[in-house]
Ligand binder design. Structure first.
Ligand code: LRH
Length: 485
């Protein structure tokens, strides 16, 4: 059996078109197109350029179809962001970036309407101002004229799918990042929409992964490829390709680090809420029980900030500089709100160090070391919360995504958590996207079979704790920083 599918994987910093070539039980990936996906700024608003994203999807399709017969395509992206469409199906404005400051303080919209406890019961979601719910409430309260003109809200991958096919649907996994779905039924939570006076008609029907959405519009002058709703939330696609069928802990490590496990049922206990853990929807109606943590974002921003100053370090150079610096000089809470917005990471880290009476990291290697160690501790801190909330023990931690390429980070995570780390696949999100399409074409029968297959075909690296004691000794210092907040 021979079949090619096309996966579009959009992250916060780049977009890629990858052809998944399936041949007699083997899978080869070929990146046919890659482009930057930058945060744009206009009139003090951070936004995404949807025309540019669409343009690049079409380039990707052209490149792929010029080379191969393509059976279908699927798109996955980051969560929570959306496009607003008017009655004629036109975009009202460019999509605002979740890092825009417009939602700062928007949790106050909850006051008088619903308690945080009740909201957690209703949605199972981690309370974050970036969630679609708070973005929409901000539009409603601060830009009522715009709100009046909205006919449909389409989440990012659904928006791109709509632009390609003309069909409007919302895929279940991406819907679960909105804080507007029910964690059990995984459908829209209409009661909650009523409560916040968000008309349910704004949200297209939810479909599950594998749905055949429609064909590429003929107006593009490209082959009429079938568009499939994959697990459109990048995290859902990444977790689909974790190479394990056992109880596993995972870190899907990219700009964000999603730290969690996969469950049959959501957990919405008081403990889970206190830990601010989220229940998102995964393949096959599973629940991804996790915490959204800042991932490589601060590293990426430091790298960008240094580049702007004429110092363009490669990741190999960064690793080298980091390894040469003294351990545990300064630790930060990588989820401190000051690190959310782009820019000035060195200054922000130093300000944090000063406020917490720590040595100020000055040199690039010291700054990178501070962030990598702090990330490893964050993962330990969070896995302990997950373990406590689930009441299970785990012996392996699967790191998938871009971060799994960093031997430095993976070793630190093994040392910090005291767990065996299984790193890879690096291309987890694209593989998950491709697998979902292969399941839709009945090439693979089940997620179980898919994971067994991924175990066989992907390169994974194991890391074992080597300096467990040293990391354990430092953990209380890190805990103190977080507990203070
Ligand atoms: C990671 C991610 C994460 C959040 C964030 C906005 O890429 O999808 O799960 O939703 O982006």
């Amino acid at each position: 059996m021979n079949l090619n599918v096309l996966a579009f994987d959009f992250g916060a910093s780049s977009g890629r078109a990858i052809v998944g070539k399936y041949k007699n039980g083997n899978l080869n990936l070929e990146e046919v197109h890659r482009f930057d996906n930058q945060i744009l700024e206009k009139e003090n608003t951070l936004f995404w350029n949807i025309d540019y994203l669409l343009e690049n999807i079409l380039i990707g399709i052209k490149k792929a179809t010029d080379k191969y017969p393509i059976e279908s395509l699927g798109i996955d992206t980051w969560g929570v962001d959306f496009g607003l469409l008017d009655k004629s199906g036109e975009l009202l404005e460019n999509s605002v970036h979740y890092r825009d400051s417009r939602t700062k303080g928007s949790l106050t919209y909850l006051k008088k309407i619903i308690s945080k406890e009740e909201l957690y019961q209703q949605t199972g979601n981690q309370l974050m101002e970036i969630n679609t719910l708070f973005q929409l409430l901000t539009v409603k309260n601060e830009r009522p004229d715009l709100f009046e003109r909205i006919d449909k809200v389409l989440l990012m991958p659904d928006l791109l799918n709509y632009l390609l096919t003309g069909n409007m649907k919302t895929e279940q996994s991406i819907a679960s990042t909105t804080q507007l779905t029910n964690p059990y039924t995984k459908d829209w939570n209409k009661e909650l929409m009523d409560l916040f006076q968000l008309p349910a008609s704004l949200f297209p029907d939810i479909v599950t992964e594998g749905n055949q959405l429609g064909k590429l519009k003929s107006s593009f002058g490209l082959p009429a490829i079938e568009v499939i709703n994959v697990c459109e939330h990048d995290t859902a696609s990444a977790v689909l390709s974790v190479p394990s069928n056992q109880n596993f802990l995972f870190i899907s490590c990219g700009t964000w680090s999603l730290v969690g496990t996969e469950l049959e049922e959501p957990i919405v206990t008081q403990k889970a809420q206190n830990y601010n853990l989220t229940n998102e929807s995964g393949n096959n109606k599973t629940t991804r029980f996790l915490k959204n943590c800042t991932g490589l974002w601060i590293i990426q921003e430091l790298k960008r900030n240094f580049r702007e100053q004429g110092m363009d370090y490669s990741y190999d150079e960064i690793t080298d500089m980091t390894e040469k610096k003294k351990a545990f000089r300064c630790l930060i809470d990588t989820d401190d709100p000051r690190f959310t917005s782009p820019g000035k990471m060195k200054e922000k880290i130093q300000a944090y160090a000063k406020e917490t009476n720590q040595e100020l990291p000055e040199e690039p290697g010291e700054l990178f070391r501070c962030v990598y160690e702090s990330l490893a501790f964050k993962y330990k801190y969070t896995t302990l919360e997950i373990i406590d909330a689930v009441g299970n023990e785990f012996d392996t931690l699967n790191i998938v995504g871009g971060g799994s390429q960093s031997a430095l980070l993976c070793q630190m995570v093994a040392d910090a958590t005291g767990m065996r780390v299984c790193a890879g696949p690096v291309e987890a999100t694209a593989i998950g996207n491709i697998i979902q399409q292969l399941m839709a074409h009945q090439v693979i029968d089940s997620v179980y079979e898919a994971r067994e297959w991924i175990k066989k075909i992907s390169n994974v690296t194991y890391y074992f704790p080597e300096r467990k004691e040293a990391w354990e000794n430092q953990f209380p210092k890190y805990q103190k920083l977080l507990d203070k907040e």
